[in-house]
Ligand binder design. Structure first.
Ligand code: AG3
Length: 266
């Protein structure tokens, strides 16, 4: 029995692992573990991307907040998210088309084979997979109702998903945009870049959720574009019974920010 540790800012999250299921180094270093008490765990370039224990909290907050803040999302793009968790949540809505764009085919193939949180989402006929850099894709794609960014930390291949040009493309290509925006506590530099660059959207708001296996648990998201929370209860009817974590009360509460965070957003 071994321990996996992710370190950040002189601190570390330690998780007991039973075995390493798979490891490969291609576009990124991908490791899949079976943990003692959090189920399977995906690690990319040394950073925990998900555990079966808490992935639903992250994926539901990343997906249902923007999806229910749009009147009728039919065409959705997910940038990143090769593990299929966000895709699984998008397909719970009445969508016609869901395009998943990941730069690393290994993430998709290995997660389908060894993790399985996609729950066969990739076999759904509404789904199209594109292997590409997300920024290049957004520069040339058609318009989507909702664009969701499920990226890794901005070191290595996903740094282009954090720059100003990326947000400029995004603002042109969708009604509602949402991205994960890192830990506002221990990854302040990443969070600030996203806050700064997302200013290209006239309207944008930050929300948070607690994801225990991410650095210090407090995690942030940015929603931007033409979103509204007007008829959340009514819109939620199409999802009722299909979520573990999300509901309209949690949606609204997630936007309550403490003073220190409000200051960083302004
Ligand atoms: N991507 C966002 C999590 C990044 C975690 N960072 C870290 N552990 N340093 C999650 C991808 C899951 N679909």
């Amino acid at each position: 029995m071994d321990w996996f540790v992710e370190y950040y800012n002189g601190c570390g999250l330690t998780i007991k692992v039973r075995r390493k299921i798979y490891e490969v180094s291609g576009v990124q270093k991908i490791e899949i573990y079976e943990t003692e008490s959090f189920g399977k765990m995906l690690v990319i370039d040394g950073k925990i991307q998900l555990t079966e224990f808490d992935e639903a909290i992250y994926h539901e907050m990343l997906v249902h907040v923007p999806m229910l803040s749009h009147t009728h999302p039919k065409k959705v793009a997910i940038i990143g998210g090769g593990d299929g968790g966000a895709l699984r949540e998008v397909l719970k809505h009445d969508v016609d088309r869901a395009v998943l764009v990941d730069i690393d085919r290994n993430v998709i193939d290995l997660c389908r084979k060894y993790v399985g949180i996609d729950e066969r989402a990739f076999d759904d006929e509404r789904v199209e997979v594109v292997i590409s850099d997300g920024k290049e894709f957004l520069a040339n794609c058609e318009r989507f109702d909702v664009v969701i960014v499920d990226s890794t930390d901005p070191v290595g291949v996903s740094d282009t998903l954090f720059d100003k040009e990326f947000f400029e493309f995004a603002a042109k290509k969708c009604d509602v945009f949402c991205c994960q925006s890192q830990s506002p506590l221990v990854q302040k530099e990443y969070f600030k870049i996203l806050i700064e660059n997302s200013r290209v959207f006239e309207k944008r708001r930050v929300y948070t959720s607690c994801i225990p296996t991410y650095p210090l648990a407090l995690w942030s998201f940015i929603i931007a574009g033409n979103f509204d929370f007007d008829r959340l209860e009514e819109r939620f009817e199409r999802l009722r019974g299909k979520t573990k974590h999300y509901n309209p009360e949690v949606h609204r509460a997630a936007f309550a920010l403490p003073e220190w965070l409000k200051k960083e957003v302004e």
